[in-house]
Ligand binder design. Structure first.
Ligand code: NAP
Ligand code: G3H
Length: 479
């Protein structure tokens, strides 16, 4: 019988009356089930978290850091076991899934260390009217309170802990809602937090999980007045809805993207092709930071396309447990959506460099040449193994097309003219520009953010801690 997983609430593992069955995307096998929490059960989570916050906040940073280091140790110990389940649950190549867990442990360790460096400051008056000279402000950093962390299917463990660890080190308490497809992996992550918190004798309720379909309980968990900060990674439409429901509460939104790789005439085309293919197609393109279109100068477009075609020909296509580079996408609705984008482009004149092929949810990597701006694939996020190549006549045209996107996550520029690269980077309306490399989050201490519809707020360990703390200023008048 498939395992029934439980939620961690107030220091106990609890089931709910209704269960959600989780099947593997690649084979349709039953992997287990998770509770579909009711609103009343969510109320219990939030009440327990609120109750725990004063005692958690009262611990020293060193005490909280020690607990986080313990979580990281447990994840390193269990990386293979958790990675194996993660690989099955979201159809991610086995090695990549284990790496996700190891990277998660590294982020948690870094967050524990970074918390120790959190400092307040003392400000002196005096720049304004004469009387202000007598004033001193002691500016302290405080936790925001209860953080609701919501992670997406493509990194159900890593993009959970990158919220949870910075929140906890700062003295916040956490309710974690994993994606439904990814919730078993999320619960395995929660088991590591639970084990460490219990071993350290931390108060019950510091860290809790909420499972259930976002479409059913999403609005309730977000709108709830107990929540002080919503930290969300996922699609832009859901993120926009959360933004509206958040009202005046602070939020962090990491959303969709349409990252461009701009390739100039002087670029090392071989390296560009390799980076673009890796950037576009790893985990079958199901990464917010995937290269989602190439904007290449006309004079080198044919050569680059041929190099990309050769790279793609070397990619393995198959099942996650065989560690294939291209694995089935997360569900049939996604596969149908991807197919629709390819069909629209081909109908409008795009050339299939590698022939489009699909078996159930497994889609072979599809490079589309001669894509034009009237095609949906020039603008929409496939979240699948599709790479459109658009020819441009000038650098200015590349910047224009890149900036016309509603998204603004990242971009890559391939050139050996560094002053020009810097100039282009300044003009691109995105959070990060990579020079001569693929778009990617990280390293994880770097700021990670999206402009326009790609998000609000800045992630990255130090930045996440700052975001989930607030300042309190205590002002003295001196004689
Ligand atoms: P999604 O459908 O938006 O779901 C993300 C999370 O939100 C899941 O946990 C989901 O739970 C939950 N959710 C759904 N409806 C909700 C609601 N009304 N209120 C609160 N939570 C709700 O996204 P996804 O399909 O998992 O991930 C793919 C998308 O995420 C892509 O667009 C990708 O670009 C983006 N992404 C962005 C970043 C970034 O850092 N910028 C990183 C990764 C992914 P259920 O699973 O239960 O519905
Ligand atoms: O899917 C969005 C992730 O933030 C991408 O992270 O660039 O390390 O794969 P990554």
């Amino acid at each position: 019988m498939a395992k029934q997983y439980k939620n961690y609430v107030n220091g106990e593992w609890k089931s709910s009356q209704t269960e959600i069955k989780i099947y593997t995307p690649a084979t349709g096998d039953l992997l287990g089930s998770v509770p579909a929490m009711t609103q009343a059960e969510v109320d219990q989570v939030y009440a327990a978290a609120k109750e725990a916050q004063p005692a958690w906040r009262a611990l020293s940073y060193l005490e909280r850091a020690a607990i986080l280091h313990l979580v990281a140790d447990i994840l390193e110990r269990d990386a293979e076991k958790i990675g194996t389940v993660l690989s099955k649950e979201v159809a991610k190549g086995h090695k990549a899934a284990v790496s996700e867990v190891v990277r998660t442990a590294e982020i948690i360790n870094y967050a524990a260390e970074e918390g120790l460096r959190l400092e307040g400051e003392v400000l002196e008056g005096g720049s304004f009217e004469a009387a202000s000279k007598k004033k001193i402000a002691v500016v302290r950093r405080e936790p925001v309170g209860l953080v609701l962390a919501i992670s997406p299917f493509n990194y159900p463990v890593n993009l959970a802990a990158s919220k949870i660890a910075p929140a906890l080190i700062a003295g916040n308490v956490v309710a974690f809602k994993p994606p439904t497809q990814g919730s078993i992996s999320g619960i395995l992550l929660a088991q590591a937090f639970a084990e460490a918190l219990e071993e350290a004798g931390a108060p019950n309720g510091v860290f809790n999980t909420i499972t259930g379909r976002g479409s059913v309980i999403g609005d309730y968990i977000v709108e709830h007045p107990a929540v002080n900060f919503i930290n969300f990674t996922g699609s832009t439409p859901i993120g926009e809805g959360i933004g509206k429901l958040a009202g005046m509460r602070p939020i962090m939104l990491e959303l969709g993207g349409k990252d461009s790789a701009i390739v100039l005439e002087d670029a090392d085309l071989k390296k560009a092709a390799k980076d673009i293919v890796g950037g576009a197609l790893s985990y079958s393109g199901q990464r917010c930071t995937a290269v989602k279109r190439v904007l290449v100068l006309d004079s080198v477009a044919d050569e680059l396309t041929a190099l990309i075609q050769a790279e793609v020909a070397g990619l393995s296509v198959g099942m996650p447990e065989d560690d294939a580079f291209i694995t089935p996408v997360i569900d049939t609705a996604s596969a149908d959506f991807i197919e629709g984008l390819v069909k629209d482009a081909v109908d409008k004149g795009a050339k299939e460099v590698n022939a489009y092929k699909r078996e159930n949810n497994l889609i072979w990597p599809t490079v589309l040449a001669d894509v034009t701006t009237d095609m949906r694939v020039a603008w929409e996020e496939p979240f699948g193994p599709v790479l459109p190549i658009i020819r441009v006549a000038s650098v200015e045209e590349a910047i224009k097309i890149s900036n016309e996107s509603e998204y603004g996550l990242q971009a890559a520029v391939f050139t050996n003219d560094f002053p020009l690269a810097f100039n282009i980077a300044e003009q691109l309306e995105v959070g990060t520009v990579h020079i001569n490399n693929k778009t990617q989050r990280g390293t994880d201490n770097f700021p990670f953010l999206g402009a326009k519809k790609s998000g609000a707020g800045v992630q990255g360990v130090k930045y996440s801690i700052e975001a989930m703390t607030t300042v309190k200023s205590v002002v003295f008048d001196i004689k």
